[in-house]
Design a protein around this ligand. Sequence first.
Ligand code: GAR
Length: 213
Amino acid sequence: MTLEIKRPTIALMASGNGSNVENLLAYAQKNNITITLVITDNPTAFVIERCRKFAIPCEIVDYNKMTTKDFPTKKIAHEQTILKILKGHKIQWILLAGYMRILSDDFIKAFYDEGLKSNRIINIHPSLLPAFPGKDSLKMAFDANCSFSGVTIHFVDAGIDTGPIIMQRSYPRYKNDDFESFKTRGQKIEHEIYPIVLHSLIHNPKLLKEGIE
Ligand code: GAR
């Protein structure tokens, strides 16, 4: 008799470059973790190319192709299309990795976990929240000229980057930094800490709420 360990089913969602997706896929591959699929809203996103390397399905749900034929708004059409795909794959957890759309309350509620008392959707954000939520936060953090910035990984709730924080890590902003050197330092931190969260999600999701570190 083989003992089968039931692991949560996971999808990643991304809109652009996909360095976090690639990093998570590489971590998953090395650690025998299955990422079922990646979803992107952007048909020209480089993340699609990165998925090919790992032979992971990447579903493109192009926002611009959505119509209001069957749904009241394009946003609802888009989210319902994504939800259908996720449900088809019985996805339990979503890790957002540079996904640049705000998810509606209804979408988020579809991933509510009664036991955990939380949504099973996680986001990575390039600032030390609550500082610089929303769009262009990395640029705002850079322009603020503070001596440090950071990365936040948090549960997604109905607000903009307001959900409960899972993990934060700060890094210095040096006086002679340009935006690129600052960004590279931040992304290195992102690539270090998102896999820690993925590991915890697989082995003990309660820790995500109680504190990993
Ligand atoms: C990352 O820096 C991530 O923190 C940020 O987008 C970047 C995606 O990079 N996310 C947000 O700004 C979400 N509001 P990547 O495509 O190379 O992973």
